[in-house]
Design a protein around this ligand. Sequence first.
Ligand SMILES: [Zn+2]
Ligand SMILES: [Zn+2]
Ligand SMILES: [Zn+2]
Length: 736
Amino acid sequence: MPKSHTISSEIIHGEASRYSVLLPLPLAGPYDYLSRENRDIPLGSFVYVPLGAQTIIGVVWGESSKNFLDEKRLKCIESILDTPPLPESVRTFVDWVAEYNLCPPGSVLRMTMSAPKALQPPKPRIALIMNQDAPEIRMTPARQRVLSLLADGPPRTASDLANEAGVGSGVVRGLAEAKVLKRIQIPTSGLFPLPDPQIPGADLSPAQKAAANAIIEKVRKQSFEVFLLDGVTGSGKTEVYFEAIAETLRQGMQALVLLPEIALSTQWLNRFEERFGVLPAQWHSELSQANRKRIWRGIIDSKVNVVVGARSALFLPFDRIGLIVVDEEHEGSFKQTDGVAYNARDMAVVRARLEKCPAILATATPSLETFVNVGRSRYERLHLPERHRGAALPEVEVVDLRRDRPERQSWISPPLKLGLAANLAAEEQSLLFLNRRGYAPLTLCRSCGHRLQCPNCSAWLVEHRFASRLDCHHCGFTMRYPETCPECEAQGTMAACGPGVERLVEEVSVFLPEARIGLMTSDTIRGPGSAADLVSRVQNHEIDVLVGTQLVAKGHHFPLLTLVGIVDADLGLNGGDLRAAERTYQILHQVSGRAGRAERPGRVLLQTYQPEHPVMRALAEGDRDNFLSEEARLREAGVWPPFGRLAALILSGRAAEKVEATARSLARVAPNNPAIRVLGPAPAPLSIMRGRHRWRLLVKTTRSVNIQNILREWLAQVKIPSSVRLKVDIDPYSFL
Ligand SMILES: [Zn+2]
Ligand SMILES: [Zn+2]
Ligand SMILES: [Zn+2]
């Protein structure tokens, strides 16, 4: 934007209309701008506006009331971008998310404008076609291949043409220069192959049919309804929601599927392609900038009609959304804590309500929130009872570690060792699950007791023996494994305490030396792409024992995997988190479901020191709903979510005293109301992270209290120093 234009636009000529424009920045609200256009600017339009010395893109959020701020001080909208306006339902959603999560609307808008380059006018694409009155030229086999390709096909870009014809780019260029081919401009979008709902789907069981029909009815009516699609792994939930997607497409609407990032597997994509003929548009962290831009633009142009993605896909600018699916709805990764804290599962339900369309929450282990909402008849439960292909559910055996003790410095009990050996002999595959990365969670000096701690966080460093280094999993700090104790300088006294997955790999390789072992953890597998290689090695039976963290629990189907060993079933129960039991149940249930999904029956050995714990009993007896009802009763008695509301206030800063003082001054003016309890202030369990000191307050209210209003009034009373950051986390999932 030329500078002179910006300056002159501050001078107002005659009557100008006034708009509020929301900028994708953490500001309290929209800013007012004037427009000298002699037409109305549609709400939602993307516009260039001056901000300080810069020009940035914002969205016209509303017509402004003219009662405050002198018009002479207002600047002008510089120009309107040639992008379709942000749909009204998306703008309402942005405001709703900001209001509920107590964050600036501009920060939420920023999440919807997740591909800023897509707002720029697209570069024209040049393609080649046959020139009708082409001159005679000398024909070569390579030239002939190019020409016959174009004779019965659409125009193609020079590089596509060269690739498909298997010729060098010079051949194509030569033909164009000789005027045998001519250049034309082709549209940039419209490059999305459309999923075809008419391809026949799988044969559905009666239960699947009933479930699909219930959802399809709401898709046709375009009315809001939340379905819990409840069925164990392999019960055919995906096939059911594929039918709902097919109906959405037939209605000319768009569908969105949210999946935890690590569950977006090649297998899922293959199933989609089988059902609909093409792959859906994907939205995840490994996406290139170019694809991000292409897909974002395709969505707002209504040219993309199915998107599968991680939680951030919820903020894409769909115009005609007709169905939202949240698969693995219980997954904690739908909760975002960095930046704007929000729960994508809950916000997906909100978006469905605003868009007047059905939402499907699919899972084998519903979250307690969802379970309770079914009990309150707010959600409709669709149950898929039996395994679709008739395989039996795995048998869960509890190994009491108090009786069946592993040997010293090892973690696999005698019964599990026997099971692994027998499975290897039978040429079947086994899975060892331990939700702990690295080799050991703690390294200490046997001589002086010094523990290796992160210099930036109050956390132990995790040894990664295969890479011979120590990592902090909170801040990314990393160091070489020390030869001597950093404290007493003794040599060779550093000792690993406790197991991580790498240590299990070592243990298995000692007692089953002939076994081929694979390791699956987020330290080695970073996204859907990098998981594919390991998954195919397991499928090709190049691996006998797969050792992994929660990454192994998701979305992969391994027909030969018949034994699952849960090494430390108690691990997630420690720490006193209100969802500890629920989460432990979910993850262990899901891991157990990896055993014996095809025709072979599976077996699960669950190692625990607490065989009488409700989680272990529920897993062994396969009695999920009893467990959830009991959990619900406990939460209700304590007025914990979903029977009460929670918000966490997290204060952090480099200066410990400042953080503490701010936390205390907040506590001093805490609301005085019998329906509200304020717990804290107290140093956070993770009291230092990335060099910042952290204090927490937890606000707990009954369900009838509007916790957002309470917080807004309360927080307005305290001036937070600029060196201290206050983060509000509504419905927190982490208490660290
Ligand atoms: Zn030492
Ligand atoms: Zn750290
Ligand atoms: Zn690590």
